[in-house]
Design a protein. Sequence first.
Lengths: 158, 292
Amino acid sequence: MASLSTTSLSFKAPSIQSTTTRIYQVLRKASSFQSISFGRFQSSKRLRLQISCAAKPETVQKVSDIVKEQLALSADTALTAESKFSALGADSLDTVEIVMALEEKFDISVEETDAQNITTIQEAADLIEDLVQKKPAACSIVELEKVMFYQRCISSLV
Amino acid sequence: MRISVMSQMQRSFSIDLPSLIPLQLPSRRHVPHPTFWLIGFEAYLLSQTEKDGVDQMRGDELKKNALLARTLVRTTVARYQTNKEVDPRSLMFKKNVYGKPEVDWQNCKNCNHQPLHFNISHTDSLIACGVTVHVPVGIDVEDKERKIKHDVLAFAKRFYSADEVNFLATIPDPEAQRKEFIKLWTLKEAYVKALGKGFSAAPFNTFTIQSIPGTEEGYSLCKTSEVTADPLEETKKCNGEWKFAPLELADSHYAAVCIEDDQANEGAPMRVIVRKTIPFVEDQLISERIFL
């Protein structure tokens, strides 16, 4: 089982420089992943990825700022990730405006059913990160398949 | 003193609701200082779940609003009991499978099972409770002066149906456009709340509420069907199953009420009675009108 972290990666075959560069490029793209671990690699076909996706504190903070602005809360109102929109006085029109502001800020598109299910700041942040990760993730998985394929080639030579 | 407005509807052919039974505070004659009055209500009227709900609200104003909303619901529903006065404290509430609050008649001691339905909506300065007999009801209120932070048309394109966007686009004055946007919001929201199945059951862009030509305040609901093979052809299914009553309350708020038109009374006009009330203190008839 191979495990990659975004901070370090080493290959036994130093001569394959271009491949190494390619891998670092891929990993930089995937830097939003918290950790990636691969399942047992049987053939080059299916790759099982486990990605942990708890929303980053910065995302939670950005969501809080947007919520404060929409609901006209004072700057020193203490908001936590668990703060419920309804408890802050948001009605359905506020929630929809918050979703629109989040879409603009993060350049994502939220399904209406998802939009209405957001009730806390944490839920909004998790949904945002989920949507943001979905965009480069598809590329990264394809790239990583290629990476693993190369790695197998390398280890079989050594 | 916060003012609450209550709105009540009655079908023309349904059972006559009895005359309102006035409620009196059990031991006090005078109305004490508003803050104490409200605290008294919380201790006196609300269930533990409701008190927890009030406590969850962040800030005094929001807590007061939540408290008044529950007070209004309990006192309003209690007033429409037949035969005897019902203690508003004894009412029990539950949520349907989609989360819509409704009266739990089975668990209420001393209640007669009534085919009463209710729905509430509130803004910073106004709380509205609608009560109907036999049919589900939805109500929404919005401050007339509410500012939309986004461009109104962009907002509409994102969330409303194509026909509604076209209607709003024809309004040249931005202020008038904003007002129509808000009116449309209250109508759509009232429908979804009357439906009672949550917002995912009726996404805003899957139905159009449009005014009925030839009427001043008649609105009908049209559902946009799924995209057909020919994208230019969008079939609409307009039916009279849902009735709408747009209102203006206290000169400051737009409101919309939506009820399901049950088969028995199909096509019958809807009578809407609006009362302005401070629970236990004051009650004033504002208007009584027929909506076709």
